[in-house]
Design a protein around this ligand. Structure first.
Ligand code: G1P
Length: 295
């Protein structure tokens, strides 16, 4: 049996303005804000690496050049570290450097929506399936969300979307899917809607920002009309593809933090700090004291 075409590339839309994090994002892209000591984008790239991704496609925008610099060599810094014999720091920098030629950057010139940002990656992705990871959402689980999706993709092929359950009153913030029969560990997606009006959602399964998509989505996005929020929506494009190709839902059960929101960003910092052997002993007692002092 011929397997499904391997997913080698991942797209990271990083053009967003980050208005929810002003004034910080006036000068620092939201993807470069740190959770403990790593920029948010690093968590998402690590998730893709764990899942076997080999090429990283960043859809950037004006003012995001620092993301490109982050994934490059920093000669002055490295020379200084070498001169000071800082071996651990040097190997840390080495470990995050993508292999030459495996990171590509393209610009979304106007903020026309997620669907448009994804479409901007079409020439670099070409005619192959690709992963899409929204960097606002960082995940914490034993097995990464994308890795679990890749395993489901090996069985189901087609398109795979990760979903989680939300409280019904929060469904209007997300893309929501309608669930059909079981497919392997997942389920068939029969319908989807971007930011449904309160009370109209077909389920409480929301799209959590991780996708495996077939390249036919690009042709659809090319002519996609504006949808919710007057933006070119990826969900609307996928809904058109549902009629031609299979979409399978992967029910992700780990923790997810929306670092684009203040509460999610703070909770991500606390959760990742507490999960680290080097940091937990430094903050645990103080955190407990702070919580105990809450009235
Ligand atoms: C985007 C997607 C939405 C998804 C969400 C997850 O929305 O359009 O379907 O549920 O990401 O974070 P945005 O957060 O850009 O409004």
């Amino acid at each position: 049996m011929v397997g499904h075409a391997r997913v080698k590339k991942a797209v990271f839309p990083v053009a967003g303005l980050g208005t929810r994090f002003l004034p910080a994002t006036k000068a620092v892209p939201k993807e470069m804000m740190t959770v403990v000591d790593k920029p948010v984008i690093q968590y998402v790239v690590d998730e893709a690496i764990e899942a076997g991704v080999e090429h990283f496609v960043f859809v950037t925008g004006r003012g995001k050049g620092v993301i490109e610099d982050y994934f490059d060599i920093q000669y002055e810094l490295e020379a200084t570290l070498k001169a000071r014999n800082k071996k651990a720091e040097l190997s840390l920098l080495e470990s995050i450097l993508p292999k030459a030629g495996t990171a590509s950057f393209t610009r979304q010139q106007e903020p026309l929506g997620l669907g448009h940002a994804v479409w901007c990656a079409r020439d670099i992705v070409g005619q192959e399936p690709f992963a899409l990871l929204l960097p606002d959402m960082i995940m914490k689980s034993e097995k990464g969300c994308l890795k679990g999706m890749m395993e489901l993709y090996e069985v189901a092929g087609g398109n795979v979307i990760a979903v989680e359950e939300c409280a019904p009153e929060l469904a209007h913030r997300y893309g929501i899917v309608a669930t059909g029969e079981a497919v392997g560990e997942g389920f068939r997606i029969t319908d989807m809607v971007e930011k449904p009006a309160p009370g109209t959602q077909p389920s409480n399964f929301f799209i959590n920002g991780r996708y495996i998509l077939q390249p036919e989505i690009f042709e659809i996005l090319e002519t996609q009309e504006r949808g919710a929020g007057n933006e070119i929506q990826l969900t609307d494009g996928m809904l058109k593809l549902v009629k031609q190709q299979s979409f399978t839902g992967y029910h992700y059960r780990g923790a997810t933090y929306d670092t684009g929101a203040k509460d999610g960003f703070i909770m991500a910092n606390i959760a990742f700090a507490l999960s680290r052997d080097d940091i937990r002993p430094l903050v645990e007692a103080d955190l407990k004291a702070l919580v105990a002092a809450l009235k």
